[in-house]
Design a protein around this ligand. Sequence first.
Ligand SMILES: Cc1cc2nc3c(=O)[nH]c(=O)nc-3n(C[C@H](O)[C@H](O)[C@H](O)COP(=O)(O)OP(=O)(O)OC[C@H]3O[C@@H](n4cnc5c(N)ncnc54)[C@H](O)[C@@H]3O)c2cc1C
Length: 466
Amino acid sequence: MVPAYDLAIVGGGINGCGIARDAAGRGLAVYLCEMDDLASGTSSRSTKLIHGGLRYLEYYDFRLVREALREREVLWRIAPHVIRPMRIVLPYRRGLRPVWMLRFGLLLYDYLGGRELLPPTRVLDLTRDPAGAPLKPGIFRTAFEYSDCRVDDARLVALNARDAAEHGATIRTRTKAVAAVRRDSAWDVTVEDLRSGQRETIAARALVNAAGPWVAQTLASCLGLATRQHVRLVQGSHIVVPQLFEHDRSYMFQNPDGRIVFAIPYEDATTLIGTTDRDYAGDPGGAVATPEDILYLCNAVSDYFTRPVSPADVVWSFSGVRPLHDDHVREPKAATRDYVLELDAPQGRAPLLSVFGGKITTYRRLAEAALDRLDLRQHARWTQHASLPGGDIAVDGLAALAGALAAEFPFLSAAHASRLAAAYGTRARHILAGARAGGSRNPVRRDAHAGRSAISDGAGMGANRR
Ligand SMILES: Cc1cc2nc3c(=O)[nH]c(=O)nc-3n(C[C@H](O)[C@H](O)[C@H](O)COP(=O)(O)OP(=O)(O)OC[C@H]3O[C@@H](n4cnc5c(N)ncnc54)[C@H](O)[C@@H]3O)c2cc1C
C-alpha cells in the first residue's frame, strides 16, 4: 500500500512547523502532530531575538553566527509584520571584556553575515546619549550600539504552520505521537487526540522527530530507539517588569560571571529581562522561573540601572528549556547553540531524522538542511524569498499598513489597527472583512469558523501574553 504521506513530523515548534512549511511547498504530502498547542514548548519561551548571537563568537562558533546573521535579513524580509529591527546597546564595563574585544567582535558581527539593510555598529557616549540616562552615572561612559531583530516567536511558528496548511499539509494540534513502527519503506505512526482519546495510525515515507526538549524521550517512548547524539537540556528564565526606560532600544549587559543578560522593551509598557542558563532535569513542560533565577536577573540589571529592580517588581516570568546538542563542555552557557540532524536510514528502509538543538533564528536553514538529508525527491528550495502569510509588505511597511487598515475600517483605533497589522500583516483584512463597527466581528472566532481552528490564532500561548 502506498503511504498517504511523504513526511510525518512530530512536534509543532519552530523546527517542526518550519520543516512542514518547506516540505509542503516542495510538493510533499505532510502530516504534523503537536501534543499541545503550536509553539507551546520552547518556541514561545525564547528571548524573542532574531540574532547572530554575538556571544557565540567567543566560542568560535563562526558557522552558526554567519548563518544566523544572514538569516536576520532573510526572515525580516519574509515576515516584516512579526519581525522588526532592533538596536542593542552594549555598555563597556570596567574589568570585564576590554573595549578592543567588543570592538573586534562587533566588527566581525557587522561583516560576517552580508548585512544589507540593518545599520552598522556605532559607538555611544553614554554621558550624552539618551541610552545613558537610565544607567548608573559615572560608571558607564561608553557603549556600542549594534543591530539585531526582535520577533513574535509564537506567531512565527503559527505562520509557518498556516503556510504549510495552505500548501496542503495536515496540521493536528492536541495530538500526541504515541508509537511509530518502521515497516520496510514506510513508518506507521500512531497518534492520540488528547481531547477525545481517539487513536489513529497514519503511514508516511519518512519521519521527523522535531520534539525539541522531548526529542530523546520521543525516540525512546515512541520508537524504542536510543540516540547516538545526546541532548542537553538547559533551562532559561525571563522576567517581565514595568518599563525601565523610555526609548525603544534594548540593552545587552555583561555580568561578572561571563554571562550576558538582555533588557528589552516589551509589550504594554514593560521590559523583558533574560536569560539564565542552568542544566535541567525533569519534564520540559514543567520548567518555571525559580526564586534564584528571578533574583539573579534582578541583580544582573540592578548593577546597571540607577533604579534597582527587585523580585517585587516582577509582573510575570516564564521559563523554557533549550534542547541543545550535547558537545560535552562543562558550563551550560558554553554548550553549542548550533543544530545537529541525526539521520537513521538503514539501506532501503524508511528514514528517521531527529533534530537536536537549533535557534528560532536558524529554523529556515535547518528545515532546508533536513529536507536535503531526507532527499525525498522533492522540488527545489523556495523559502528564502517567499513571504509568510500576511508578510507581503515592505520591510518598513508596517506603519503604512496600520494606517491603511485604520482608513479602510474607521471604527479601529490607531492602537488597534497597529496591533492587528503587527499580528496578522495583510491578513488582517481577511479578519476584518465585512466588519462595520468595533466588536461586530471577533477575529479569533472567525478564524475558527473558517475551519482554521487546528492552527489556532492563539497559537503558542505557552509564553505569549496576547
Ligand atoms: C530561554 C531561551 C531563550 C532563547 N532565546 C532565543 C532567541 O532569542 N533567539 C533564538 O533564535 N532562539 C532562542 N532560543 C532557542 C529556541 O527557542 C529553540 O531552539 C527553539 O524554540 C526550539 O524549537 P523546537 O521546535 O526544536 O522545540 P519546541 O518549540 O519545544 O517544539 C517541540 C514541540 O514538540 C512537541 N512534542 C513533544 N513530544 C511530542 C509528541 N510525542 N507528540 C507530539 N508533539 C510532541 C512539544 O509539545 C513541543 O511543542 C531560546 C531558548 C530558550 C530556552
